[in-house]
Unconditional design. Structure first.
Length: 165
């Protein structure tokens, strides 16, 4: 795959991940763990990070998120995590997902980009899975920024691109 396009794709993917990190960092503590709010801020962030990690891994076979996370997020019954994860835990998970996403983009070739992805509920090529994952991150980041704007009258600014990593 053309290195120019991989670079463009990564800078936009990384910008979406940066925006998610900024939303997590901007969330006040009283909103972060508010179990009465639907959707719960922390949970939207966790859901986004779980699927960033999984989709960057590229298959459910052998996938395991780092501790303290588990595979319950894939359960169709909608099992919620056993507790509110901390900002520090989720920001550490964001770094894992970012590294895995970067590796997925770097490994992309013309051949692999066209190959069907190995996520059973998605009918996408591996290349389209990367773009779909980027859109998923940005979708939920926008949701988090809307919550921040409604509750605090402030939200992090748009990130156009990320230079480097």
């Amino acid at each position: 795959m053309n290195t120019v396009w991989k670079s463009i794709l990564w800078r936009q993917y990384a910008a979406a991940i940066d925006m998610l990190d900024n939303a997590i960092a901007a969330c006040p503590d009283d909103l972060w763990g508010d179990r009465s709010r639907q959707p719960e801020f922390w949970y939207v962030a966790y859901h986004t990070l779980f699927f960033l990690d999984l989709y960057s891994y590229g298959t459910v076979d052998g996938f395991a998120p780092p501790d303290p996370f588990n595979l319950d997020e894939m359960d169709p019954a909608g099992i919620l995590p056993p507790r509110v994860y901390t900002k520090d835990e989720l920001r550490a998970y964001l770094r894992v997902g970012r590294d895995r996403a970067r590796a997925a983009v770097q490994a992309l070739t013309d051949e692999t980009a066209q190959r069907p992805c190995d996520i059973p509920w998605l009918r996408l090529s591996e290349g389209e899975l990367i773009v779909d994952s980027l859109r998923h991150v940005q979708h939920h980041t926008a949701q988090l920024n809307l919550i921040l704007r409604q509750v605090t009258d402030s939200a992090p600014r748009w990130v156009s691109t990320t230079e480097g990593g």
